[in-house]
Design a protein around this ligand. Sequence first.
Ligand code: HEC
Ligand code: HEC
Ligand code: HEC
Length: 215
Amino acid sequence: MNKRYFIVSLLIGITTFHMACTAQPITPARPAPAAAAPAAAAKSPDSDPLAFHRLHKPSGKRNRPPAEDGIHDPGNDGTHALLAPLSVFPSLPKANSGNRVDWVQALAAGTIKPRADQADATEEIVVMDLNIVREVKGSMPNVVYPHKQHTEWLDCSNCHPGIFVPLKGANQMSMAAIMLGQQCGVCHGKVAFSISECRKCHSQSKEPNPAPAAK
Ligand code: HEC
Ligand code: HEC
Ligand code: HEC
């Protein structure tokens, strides 16, 4: 082997090994030696690579009391009048993401009973039961948009006409726009269940795939 080539590849080898040992969560330019795996697995929950993300709090830091949650002003007396989430959440139905509560189930089971109107406790909410099916190309199940579960929480004017024109098929929708916080993403991933729960929206199975054509 050419001597200069040998030295260069030795240097690259050492650099790669060093990068792997310091276990930076960056993908190395070349396959990392096996030494990288145990180093990454030994991480404490505090070095969670998603720790920077306000919606992916490590389990011990989720649902802090209002004065410590970084959202409410601890200097405001009203903040201290609010219930601490963890004093209530353990008794509510569980979900896999967000604040880990299945709010649709909680409402259906009668565990919570939100007011329809802030000032008038006797006001009844107007629920509309109308499903809108949005066909999705490819193998992903179709989207079923349920008016019922939405109008149990929201007013028509929360969506119509600002976010959606009230006419089936009149709105162009796409996953990309939703991920950018538009359309369903105005709420989902923020105040309603997360975008990672694909099956909650993509809930209508299609006909089984036809047998693949012979090549
Ligand atoms: C959370 C958002 C949201 C809320 C709240 C909401 N809608 Fe809708 N609505 C939609 C979406 C999404 C569609 C489907 C639009 C499409 O297919 O392009 C739709 C469609 C409609 C349609 C068209 C149905 C059809 O067959 O063409 C009507 C009418 C409608 N909504 C009325 C209402 C009324 C009345 C309320 C309140 C009781 C309401 N909506 C509350 C999101 C909402
Ligand atoms: C909050 C509801 C919601 C969630 C959650 C959701 N989707 Fe979608 N998805 C939609 C809607 C609405 C459309 C647009 C349907 C149409 O064309 O009318 C869509 C469209 C799609 C499409 C078709 C192509 C495109 O980009 O528009 C794919 C593929 C897709 N979603 C995959 C996923 C996957 C994978 C997940 C989970 C990581 C997911 N979706 C979660 C609502 C959702
Ligand atoms: C204005 C806010 C808002 C918009 C826009 C919105 N949603 Fe929702 N959605 C909610 C809330 C609030 C709930 C009930 C709480 C929860 O499930 O997190 C909900 C619940 C649902 C549920 C019921 C899930 C269950 O467990 O039964 C489905 C399905 C759903 N949304 C799909 C969609 C789709 C698809 C779109 C876009 C076409 C959409 N939503 C747009 C706020 C919204």
